[in-house]
Design a protein around this ligand. Structure first.
Ligand SMILES: Cc1cc2nc3c(=O)[nH]c(=O)nc-3n(C[C@H](O)[C@H](O)[C@H](O)COP(=O)(O)O)c2cc1C
Length: 247
């Protein structure tokens, strides 16, 4: 089948000895795209606790992690949500003129070509609703007060357990952020990048007595429309519900 063949080829290396292709926008002198989608004027901005105190053991988090689909329905604390976002997505350092950012998860060329959206269902200290994470300032931008549970379920192709999660992470890729440097070599790398972020979410969830379940079976159009993404310059690529474990 043609699709299988082209998908197999997509997984191969598209790099050669030159790390940055000479015809890339970066080499042509086009300014680097913004590192984060800026918040919309008038939207509420919530600063996250900056020093969440979470005691955890990395060995235990790594060896005990399992995909969790049954949640205890107890509240997650805002400190815990802040910890999960800090250890997966927060910008720690900007290099040059938006050339790169350093964050807890690695990314090809340090481009980090994604945005983090969350559906908050049950977090003590934070109203339910739809939010956009601002990784440069460790803040949340409130997008909507409410989203119908049916829409959430439809966005994950009927996987009902997701609505019991305390928080659902929706990761959108911003392809141009990586294409600016790597053109057609960027796309495989972006998926590898998201895998790293996903694993940090899973381990951070474990460290807060929660569990995560990575989701690849989702409905593209419904997931994009939840966050009003255009489906071309920005679109959902990975979904991860996180919920508290039963004690
Ligand atoms: C990329 C990816 C996509 C996945 N998609 C789904 C999914 O849509 N629904 C689901 O219930 N589990 C999903 N899973 C979870 C896997 O079923 C799970 O990781 C696997 O069964 C191994 O179990 P463990 O994670 O508990 O070790 C996905 C996992 C990964 C890494």
């Amino acid at each position: 089948m043609k699709t299988i063949e082209s998908n197999r080829n997509f997984m191969k290396s598209h790099f050669n000895s030159s790390k940055t292709p000479s015809e890339s926008d970066q080499v042509k002198g086009v300014s680097a795209p913004s590192l984060q989608i800026p918040p919309k004027e008038g939207n509420e901005i919530i600063s996250l606790p900056s020093a969440p105190i979470i005691k955890y053991n990395l060995y235990e988090a790594m060896t005990q992690r399992r995909s969790l689909r049954k949640y205890s329905l107890t509240a997650m604390h805002l400190n815990e949500l802040s910890f999960i976002l800090e250890t997966s997505c927060k910008v720690q350092k900007i290099v040059g003129d938006n050339i790169a950012t350093f964050r807890p998860a690695p990314s090809g060329g340090a481009r980090h070509p994604f945005e983090t959206y969350i559906v908050v269902n049950n977090v003590e200290g934070l109203n339910s609703g739809l939010y956009h994470y601002l990784p440069l300032t460790h803040q949340l931008e409130k997008l909507k007060d409410h989203v119908d549970a049916e829409n959430i379920v439809a966005s994950v192709n009927g996987q009902k357990f997701v609505t019991d999660a305390n928080v659902i992470f929706y990761f959108a890729v911003i392809p141009y952020r990586a294409e600016w440097r790597y053109i057609e070599r960027a796309h495989k790398v972006m998926l590898l990048d998201l895998g790293h972020v996903g694993q940090n979410i899973c381990l951070a969830a474990e460290a807060t007595q929660s569990g995560a379940c990575p989701i690849a079976s989702y409905d593209q159009d419904i997931a994009d429309s939840l966050f009003e993404l255009d489906g071309n310059e920005a679109y959902i690529s990975y979904i991860i519900p996180v919920g508290k474990k039963s004690q």
